[in-house]
Write a protein that binds this ligand. Structure first.
Ligand code: SAM
Ligand code: SF4
Length: 438
């Protein structure tokens, strides 16, 4: 085998690291020296027409999944949870006094994790009431809440609905008990069925199901079965991720011990084939593919305000340990450890750890790459907002995409075909500035 053949082969194998593009410029360019810009951004009134959102990070889980790279704790007791939730309300109070709010009410709220559904009904009620006292969200178009199926009871789901959540997202990932266990999930398939029927029986307005293509132990036959089961359940929205093995996961730690470079999960070609199959089956069942990861039953009714607002440059305040925010053109992240986060809030200071204010061109790139994940980008939107046609600004990488057969450029839009969409995260790095590409 030639060197090139072996490197192509390696590219197709899943090696450690993360391709998923969730923001730009990459986090490693954010730093504590830019934190003063956060305070300046908070002291300015908002740019007219900029929506405001809230993200609340609940970093608790019953177990740490072997593939997970999120900031989570599995050892906290009820009193820790309550101390933490109170600190997040105190943090919101610090923001509510700042000029950047400018009389706005949040357009969207997102409870993410970790596992928001880990907390008890009593804790959740106290949290929501506390947050609303500080910043009413009676005009919010969407209140989203992530759940791990094994943490849901009928009582908790009823409370989640009565507290005003409009969208729940269930981390189902797979329906096979052996695969769930092998990957360190805390739930089994019978908990999936129970949680889903509770949610349906109380008439939850929007249910999303997360699946992961390419978990350890996955097979073609089992994957087909997972897709069939999801279609039978008929949720409003299905999100399909391709398994990644970032460096801070248990899987990677094991790989290091055994000196392995290839992760024990499906290779990229197989994962793309599995997502392609899932999307094709979902389309056959009447769903519409609305991004590289999602298919929705009725695109006219089922919106995802959090994603769309964020990818169009909305302001978002992130509360809690390690949370990300974006305010008045500055990105920032909170202290990512429990102690420093709580100490900071208890001193009455914003727990901001690192920040970055992107240039005009970097903001252009950020919105462009994020919206490319929708598979269709509107040229006029960018021309109006950033003063340049993206076809001219990104002539080189777009030419490459077109030559590779992944995209088409029309008079109004840039469109990615299914092949392009299935590997969009890998392709987007070409749009980054050269210094951010590695
Ligand atoms: C915060 S979790 C969702 C809520 C809850 N913690 C749970 O897991 O049920 C967000 C989602 O990210 C996805 N995810 C996590 N780690 C991943 C990885 N290494 N590769 C691909 N997707 C991953 C999973 O689909 C998971 O449901
Ligand atoms: S995938 Fe979800 S449940 Fe598993 S450790 Fe990560 S946040 Fe927790």
């Amino acid at each position: 085998m030639t060197e090139r053949q072996s490197s192509v082969l390696l590219e197709e194998e899943t090696t450690a690291g993360s391709y998923f593009v969730s923001n730009y410029p990459p986090y490693r360019y954010w730093g504590p020296d830019h934190v003063p810009a956060v305070h300046e951004a908070l002291a300015r009134p908002p740019a007219p027409g900029t929506p405001l959102g809230l993200y609340h990070h609940i970093p608790f889980c019953r177990k740490r999944c072997h593939f997970c790279y999120f900031k989570v704790y599995t050892d906290k007791v009820a009193s820790d949870v309550e101390t933490y939730l109170d600190a997040t309300i105190a943090e919101l109070e610090l923001y509510a006094r700042q000029t950047f709010i400018g009389g706005r009410k949040p357009l969207f709220i997102y409870f993410g994790g970790g596992t928001p559904s880990f907390i008890s009904t009593r804790q959740l009620t106290r949290l929501v009431e506390g947050m609303k006292r500080v910043l009413p969200w009676d005009e919010a178009e969407e209140v989203a809440f992530e759940c791990e199926p094994g943490t849901l009871t009928e009582g908790k789901l009823t409370a989640i609905k009565e507290l005003g959540m409009t969208r729940i997202s269930l981390g189902i990932e797979n329906f096979n008990d052996e695969i769930l266990q092998l990957n360190g999930r805390a739930h089994l398939s019978k908990e999936i069925d129970r949680a889903y029927s509770f949610a349906r029986s109380i008439g939850f307005p929007q249910i999303n199901i997360d699946l992961i293509a390419g978990m350890m132990g996955e097979t073609e036959e089992n994957w087909r079965d997972c897709v069939r089961r999801v279609i039978e359940m008929a949720p409003e929205c299905v999100t399909v991720y391709q398994m990644e093995v970032p460096y801070n996961t248990t899987i990677f730690k094991e790989m290091k011990v055994f000196g392995q470079t290839v992760a024990p999960v499906a290779n990229w070609k197989t994962k793309r084939a599995w997502v392609r199959y899932a999307f094709a089956e979902l389309e056959r069942a009447g769903y519409t593919v609305t991004s590289a990861y999602t298919a929705v039953k009725d695109p006219a009714r089922t919106k995802f305000v959090y994603r769309d607002a964020l990818w169009r440059g909305a302001d978002m305040v992130g509360l809690g340990v390690a949370s990300f925010s974006h305010v008045g053109g500055t990105h920032f992240q909170n202290e990512h450890d429990w102690g420093p986060y709580l100490d900071c809030v208890n001193r009455g200071e914003l727990p901001v750890f690192r920040a970055l204010t992107p240039t005009h061109d970097e903001r252009f790139i950020r919105e462009f790459v994020l919206q490319m994940k929708l598979g269709r980008v509107e040229r006029e939107y960018f021309a109006r907002k950033f003063g340049a046609d993206p076809v001219e600004r990104f002539a080189e990488p777009l030419g490459k995409l077109r030559d590779e057969g992944f995209s088409e450029i029309g008079p109004g839009h840039i469109v990615l075909n299914r092949d392009g969409l299935l590997q969009v995260d890998r392709l987007l790095h070409e749009f980054f500035l050269p210094e951010h590409r590695e």
